[in-house]
Write a protein that binds this ligand. Structure first.
Ligand code: FE2
Ligand code: FE2
Length: 242
């Protein structure tokens, strides 16, 4: 574990070659406190999943540089088009000359190819690419939890689902990886912020993600979680369908 004392950004390996970068934001800045996480997959083709907000670029860049050269990044992925998912995308594309944005076909068409310095590599639903040892699969989940272009990335060898804003936990003090209950906190956060789109397909989409049988849920806000991810996703789907 590497902790930047000044910023408190930390980077921890939560799965084989999978690193969680997390920056806490205290309650003085965001009511209740919050965290912004990015995930780095270290491989022949290193992948950063979420750039973080543009203003956090120096912190995220420094954390990555403690593990691999930032210039070696090959992909910068995003679940959906929002500042904490891709605000620093262009900063990373400048720092890593071979890097491409990685996103859904809809995200490429609607936003990314206009916003980004280089065209995106768009993945179809179910499409996989090899990073070397790791293999990532794209799963389209429109509007789940928000954004027409939304989807999630699944790493098949470690069975890690990069579940973005699903299971968003409030607070700024979280373990990098936990097996404790995260659903209660994330449901309270959903109640407070109402950030889920009210699509009729929520249960179907939760089940679609559950079908990957994830062992690690790499959450964008709060702890990553280890356990029966399919069961937790079905619990979320049932809660949303009520
Ligand atoms: Fe979001
Ligand atoms: Fe987010």
């Amino acid at each position: 574990m590497i902790t930047n004392q000044k910023s408190e950004t930390r980077i921890d390996e939560i799965g084989d070659g999978i690193f969680r970068i997390s920056t806490p934001v205290p309650p003085q800045a965001i009511p209740g406190g919050f965290t912004f996480n990015q995930y780095l997959i270290v491989d022949d083709c290193p992948l950063l999943y979420h750039s973080g907000p543009r203003k956090m670029f120096p912190l995220v860049q420094e954390a990555i540089a403690s593990i691999i050269p930032v210039s070696s990044l090959r992909y910068v992925g995003l679940s959906h088009f929002e500042a904490d998912e891709c605000g620093a995308l262009n900063e990373f594309l400048e720092a890593a000359p071979e890097a491409e944005p990685l996103c859904s076909k809809t995200a490429k068409m609607v936003s990314v190819d206009d916003f980004a310095l280089r065209p995106a590599r768009a993945l179809a639903d179910g499409e996989e690419i090899s990073l070397g040892t790791h293999v990532v699969r794209w799963i389209d989940t429109p509007h789940f939890p928000h954004g027409w272009e939304c989807g999630h990335l699944f790493e098949t060898t470690t069975q890690t689902l990069f579940c973005g804003d699903l299971f968003t936990q409030g607070g700024h003090e979280h373990q990098p990886l936990t097996s404790d209950d995260i659903l209660q906190n994330s449901e309270a956060t959903r109640d407070a912020f109402n950030y889920f789109c009210e699509t009729r397909q929520v249960q179907q989409l939760a089940n679609k993600l559950a079908d990957t049988s994830p062992r690690i849920l790499a959450c964008m806000h709060g702890s990553a979680w280890k356990g029966d991810g399919a069961d937790l996703l079905r619990q979320l789907g049932n809660s949303l369908a009520r």
